[in-house]
Write a protein that binds this ligand. Structure first.
Ligand SMILES: *Cc1c(COP(=O)(O)O)cnc(C)c1O
Length: 204
């Protein structure tokens, strides 16, 4: 199980402190912020791109992040493929699934996920490792158990298909409010921001 410390909006000094506690996996949701922090912080940090990624910003992330968690469209996948080819590497990625079918959220519908992954199988510079979801915002984490369980079942179903060039080993799910439930339901990566760094201040 990998704990990703979500450091978005937080200064590099706080990331340094977290490193002192032994954390090396950090998550960012803004490409430029990831790039800027990458440039000034130690290179043994493993950066995870967890947020919505616009195609014109893919260049900031490929070659810096160890994984892009938020691949939710074919267009984005194509852009990552091209950028990774240009830089001569294979970019580890997760497919973002809109597990609860929320209108406001991006991600692939669960019933379309297998077909989407079959399309990605042809991308030589993209290395699909599994699935990611951002569960609904709920007061009671138990309410998300059903969604985490559906994610796990979806991952198992797709893994059984043995699609060439596609792995479904990683399940990135669970945040500060619901990570315990996510772990119980099979998360291999949890993304915790507030629980590690405290509330975020977006007014800065
Ligand atoms: C901000 C963010 C998190 C962390 O949220 P917390 O509730 O602060 O733990 C996790 N995943 C994604 C995609 C995020 O944008």
């Amino acid at each position: 199980m990998t704990l990703i410390a979500v450091s978005k909006t937080k200064p590099v000094s706080m990331i340094g402190e977290a490193m002192g506690e032994g954390i090396l996996d950090f998550g960012e949701n803004k490409p430029q912020e990831l790039r800027d922090k990458y440039e000034v912080l130690p290179k043994d940090i493993r950066w995870h791109m967890i947020g919505n990624l616009q195609r014109n910003k893919v260049k900031y992330v490929v070659g810096r992040a160890v994984m892009i968690h938020s691949v939710g469209s074919l267009e984005l996948a194509e852009t990552i493929e091209k950028e990774a080819a240009k830089k001569g590497l294979r970019m580890p990625c997760l497919v973002e699934v809109n597990i609860a079918g929320e209108e406001t959220k991006s991600g692939i519908a669960p019933e379309e996920t297998e077909e989407f992954m079959r399309k990605l199988a042809g991308f030589e510079h993209l290395s699909v490792k599994g699935l990611m979801t951002i569960a609904p915002y709920v007061d009671d984490p138990e309410m998300n158990r059903v969604h985490f369980r559906s994610m796990r079942n979806l991952a198992v179903d797709i893994a059984r298909k043995n699609i060439d060039n596609i792995m479904v080993n990683e399940l990135s799910m669970g945040m500060t409010g619901d990570f315990e439930v996510a772990i119980e339901e099979g998360a291999t990566m949890i993304r915790v921001g507030t629980g590690i760094f405290g509330e975020r201040d977006y007014s800065l």
